[in-house]
Design a protein around this ligand. Structure first.
Ligand code: PLP
Length: 285
């Protein structure tokens, strides 16, 4: 497997960063994950915009040309590794390697840029069955709109889900469903599709954005409005969305069934529209 690190393509085993890298020491960096199918990157411009914004918010100085290069690097890796089916490309940029101080290193410290492309198996069997999730308190910071590599609360939440034999963990803050450990959350309540509005407390999920566009094209009743945890028992359908899972029905929350306990019609309608949209981009399906 060939990967990209700081201007060079190399075998994955040779890709190492110094122990002084601020990603290692502080989680001081951002990442993004892009889907590809048939060697085509899906919605790559949206991912480039999101990482650009994250770098800007964290004041990591990676030039616009270096950011734009991520697209070509990704395509080169997909080609050189012969990754032709469903795959994800992972981008990570940290503030670079420098003697450990909390404040920023001297200007001119080169950011670390790492890219890897890996094949993925899409979770179709789970999608047919529907997933189980648990709710956990949202103990994260107040800038969850930045896709930072500092993911400790997400790691702990996901492990709690695995320990409970669930598939995902949903963060609840002040009685409100925010999003999940690595996905956005939707519910159908009173016949209306709902998801948390974009604030600095959730990630602007790209799958979320596409689902909202599709739902509006399909003229489904739709509202970016908080879902209260206490309303979950009334939800007729729920699903979570992410680049690696597309749209995943949720059929159980904390052990209680949602709706009929099977993936619901709006979720299925959204998934069909979503698959078609991706198909239109890659010219397959
Ligand atoms: C916390 C969080 N929310 C939402 C998402 C979904 O975002 P996207 O649809 O862009 O993959 C992710 C993806 O990793 C995430 O980590």
């Amino acid at each position: 497997m060939r990967v990209y690190l700081n201007g060079r393509y190399m075998d994955a085993e040779q890709a190492t960063v110094p122990v002084t890298d601020r990603g290692f020491l502080f989680g001081d960096g951002v990442y993004d994950v892009v889907r590809s199918a048939g060697s085509e990157l899906i919605e790559v411009d949206r991912h480039l915009r999101r990482i650009t914004r994250g770098l800007h918010e964290l004041r990591i100085a990676l030039g616009a040309d270096r950011i734009a290069e991520l697209r070509d690097i990704s395509q080169t890796l997909l080609r050189d590794n012969h990754v032709e089916g469903d795959a994800i490309v992972y981008w990570q940029v940290t503030r670079g390697a420098a003697p450990r101080t909390h404040q920023f290193p001297p200007s001119g410290t080169a950011p670390t840029v790492y890219v890897i492309a890996s094949p993925i198996a899409l979770p179709h069997a789970l999608r047919r069955r529907g997933s189980s999730v648990i709710t956990v308190p949202d103990v994260r910071w107040s800038r969850c709109d930045i896709k930072s590599v500092n993911l400790l609360p997400n790691v702990l939440a996901k492990q709690q889900a695995v320990d409970a034999e669930a598939d995902e963990a949903i963060f609840v803050r002040n009685g409100v469903i925010m999003e999940a450990a690595s996905s956005s959350v939707f519910a159908v309540l009173d016949g209306e599709l709902r998801t948390h509005p974009l604030t600095t407390a959730i990630l602007p999920g790209i799958t979320r954005e596409i689902v909202l566009e599709l739902a509006s094209e399909l003229r489904l009743p739709l509202r970016e409005f908080p879902i209260l945890a206490q309303d979950v028992p009334r939800a007729t359908e729920m699903f979570f969305t992410s680049t690696v899972n597309d749209i995943m029905p949720i059929v159980r929350v904390d052990g209680r069934s949602i709706g009929t306990g099977r993936p619901g019609p709006i979720t299925q309608q959204m998934y069909t529209a979503f698959a078609e949209r991706i198909g239109a981009v890659v010219g397959t399906h």
